[in-house]
Design a protein around this ligand. Structure first.
Ligand code: ARG
Length: 273
């Protein structure tokens, strides 16, 4: 374990939760009759952005669109590698217009956007790490989209089968700790099929494993810059483990967004140039 882990500055794209609400149920966390404290949600989101900036990261914002209550979950908009944008095609009809709203931002920012033919929900299910892109399927992004991603980027895509509907996106069950030569991840094994667990154990023998409690408190929906890990405060066991591995947990509470099935990572799209 390195004595001192070195952070790498990131560029993030986020969307202010001006129209955030739980109006429909497309995952088991969502209950349209549950109360969402809109002011608290805005404060929590602002605290996340403040934490990113305080740690030296660049944050761009896309203009939120009325009647797209899940647009705050920027991670679902694309996968961006080496300045190339692989856009999204949402599973739920309610979210499909988000793809165009994000595409407009990317084009204005000087990026071309590839629009996939099969259902693909961006970094929700596509997680680049080391020489691979890990790709989740089972609930949202399809295996056909995994093949499109591999063809588009020319990077090997490792398909992983998600088996628990509460962990419907890969980024609810796994996140990247380190993307450099010592690429490593943290994950919740029970969210994956037996074969996929074996694949993860082979590729990442030193991964940090999360407990059920960590997973259910959105501890795997974290963002790491290689040193600081922006993480849900209730994922205490995981934060302890990360600290023992030389990472610095930065707790940020997005509890209002958990009511929509989202957390820190869901609100954060990384733009890799
Ligand atoms: N309500 C949203 C949905 O079900 C939450 C998306 C969370 N995003 C994520 N990257 N896991 O689509």
């Amino acid at each position: 374990m390195p004595d001192s882990r070195v952070p790498r500055p990131r560029r993030f794209l986020v969307c202010e939760p001006r129209h955030f609400a739980v109006q429909y149920a497309i995952n088991p966390w969502m209950h349209p009759d549950a109360h969402v404290d809109v002011d608290l949600a805005r404060d929590q989101w602002a605290a996340l952005i403040g934490a990113y900036r305080a740690h030296g990261h660049t944050v761009d914002t896309v203009e939120p669109v009325a009647d797209l209550p899940d647009m705050v979950f920027a991670a679902n908009s694309a996968l961006v590698l080496a300045g190339r944008v692989f856009g999204s095609y949402f599973h739920a009809p309610q979210r499909r217009p988000e793809s165009t709203a994000y595409e407009t931002w990317f084009k204005a920012a000087g990026f071309d956007v590839y629009r996939p033919e099969s259902v693909c929900e961006g970094e929700g299910d596509l997680v680049p790490v080391g020489r691979y892109v890990l790709a989740g399927t089972g609930f949202r992004t399809t295996p056909e989209a995994h093949r499109e991603v591999q063809e588009f980027f020319g990077v090997p895509v490792v398909s992983l089968q998600l088996v628990d509907p509460r962990f419907y996106h890969l980024d609810t069950a796994l996140f990247v700790l380190d993307d450099g030569p010592e690429a490593n991840i943290a994950y919740y094994p029970e969210a994956f099929s037996p074969g996929s667990r074996e694949v993860l154990a082979r590729l990442f023998p030193d991964a940090v494993l999360a407990t059920r409690e960590d997973a259910f408190t959105f501890g795997l929906n974290s963002v790491s810059d290689g040193r600081h890990v922006f993480i849900a405060p209730r994922a205490e066991a995981l934060a302890d483990r990360l600290a023992r591995h030389g990472y610095v947990p930065v707790p940020v509470d997005l509890s209002e967004f958990h009511k929509a099935g989202g957390g820190i990572k869901c609100c954060t799209q990384e733009i890799r140039s």
